[in-house]
Design a protein around this ligand. Structure first.
Ligand code: NAD
Ligand code: WQD
Length: 339
């Protein structure tokens, strides 16, 4: 049984990946400082998988703790590195916090990995590293110009990893650039639970359908798209998890540095997302088209051919699946709130 260290393993994508890893027969060690997660997620993971993964509460910048984990678990074969801060607006207001947590944290982690001979990492990057784009699907080699400090941290870490590989070609490095992950585990027991007012579309839609928010503001109705609203490549969290497992399997027999887009390759407009959410879940989402949100672009979707060609991975779930599973999770949260 291969042992994998998952940093940020109690967060949204991390917790789903931990479930996927356990179900695929991997042994998991989690490191999370709980800055954006709740420890009860560990119990939820155990409820789903009938197995409680080993958990260390702590920070990826804590060199001593990293050493302790590596010495206690010398059979760790790879790291899936989710730990990071991810709010674009907050990164503009507090850039140093982001550079410290994400970039310095990743450096500390890579140092510990090098020291303990764990030279296999899968890193969570983002579509946000790409330059604002033409109306075509983004390819891995398209130009990169992150437009905010959060995106900069992701692009810096990608480059640090590339240089690390340059200095020691026995490393196995997979950079996965996620597009817009949405949805939740089919059990309805784990999912994304943003603190405060959600920034992202799906949590906002789900809270509006629940009556927690009065109406959804649709940011911009004058984009050069079919219905005037902006288009994104929403990808079901289950597909994203499968992408990590495919990358892990690939890296077990391939050294090298690779970057892959993980998206469906299909753009969905804000109005389409609202309509499909309403229809799939038989709910009403009051909305109003308002001004564009600063920094937004008209379209952003992936060309995910490389992940298919190299990893044999492609997304299989559709927008209905995403809406249904997101709603099941929101209903679970609503129930917890009412008790
Ligand atoms: P999340 O906030 O739910 O999960 C991140 C986890 O990392 C949290 O549990 C948090 O407590 C932990 N963490 C943060 N800093 C840490 C540190 N210094 N030490 C230890 N633990 C730390 O976010 P998510 O949506 O699950 O995202 C996971 C990763 O994927 C992040 O790196 C994010 O930037 C990246 N990503 C997310 C999206 C998205 O839309 N959700 C898109 C592209 C990339
Ligand atoms: C999607 C669309 C909005 C909220 C962000 C980060 C990115 C990545 C994923 C981590 C846009 C519109 C939204 C609302 C709306 N995260 N919208 N009303 O902006 O594509 O990407 O999350 O790496 O870095 O920037 O996702 O979900 O915020 O927005 O109309 O209340 O929905 O304008 O067109 P985005 P999003």
């Amino acid at each position: 049984m291969q042992k994998i260290l998952v940093t940020g393993g109690l967060g949204y994508i991390g917790s789903h990946t931990v479930v996927g890893l356990i179900e695929a027969g991997f042994d998991v060690v989690i490191l999370d400082n709980l800055s954006n997660a709740d420890k009860t997620t560990l119990d939820r993971i155990a409820q789903i998988t009938h197995h409680t993964p080993i958990f260390f509460e702590g920070d990826i910048r804590d060199t001593e703790l990293l050493s302790k984990i590596c010495l206690k678990h010398p059979d760790i074969k790879a790291v899936i590195h989710f730990a990071g801060l991810k709010a674009v607006g907050e990164s503009v207001a507090h850039p140093l916090k982001y550079y410290d947590n994400n970039v310095v944290g990743s450096i500390r982690l890579i140092e510990a990995m090098q020291k303990h001979h764990i030279k296999n990492i899968i890193f969570s990057s983002s579509a946000t590293v790409y330059a604002p784009q033409k109306e075509a699907a983004l390819r891995e080699d398209d130009s990169k110009t992150p437009s905010n400090p959060y995106g900069q941290t992701k692009w810096m870490i990608e480059n640090i990893l590339k240089d690390q590989y340059g200095s020691d070609p026995t490393w196995r490095i997979s950079v996965l650039r996620y597009f817009n992950p949405v949805g939740a585990h089919g059990s309805g027991l784990i999912g994304e639970n943003p603190k405060g007012i959600p920034n992202n579309l799906f949590p906002y839609i789900a809270q509006t359908a629940s009556g927690i928010r009065q109406k959804l503001n649709v940011f911009g109705g004058d984009y050069p798209t079919a219905d005037g609203t902006a288009m994104r490549d929403y990808i079901h969290i289950d597909d994203l998890v499968k992408g990590h497992i495919a990358a892990l399997k690939y890296s077990s027999d391939h050294k090298g540095y690779h970057a892959f887009n993980l998206g469906t390759g299909k753009g969905t407009s804000v109005l389409e997302a609202i309509k499909v959410f309403e229809k799939t879940n038989e709910v009403k989402i009051p909305y109003e088209v308002t001004a564009r949100r600063e920094g937004d672009i008209a379209t952003c979707f992936a060309n995910a051919d490389l992940a298919y060609k190299v990893l044999g991975w492609k997304a299989t779930k559709n927008l209905e699946d995403m809406c249904r599973d997101h709603w099941r999770w929101q209903q679970h949260l609503n129930q917890c709130r009412s008790h």
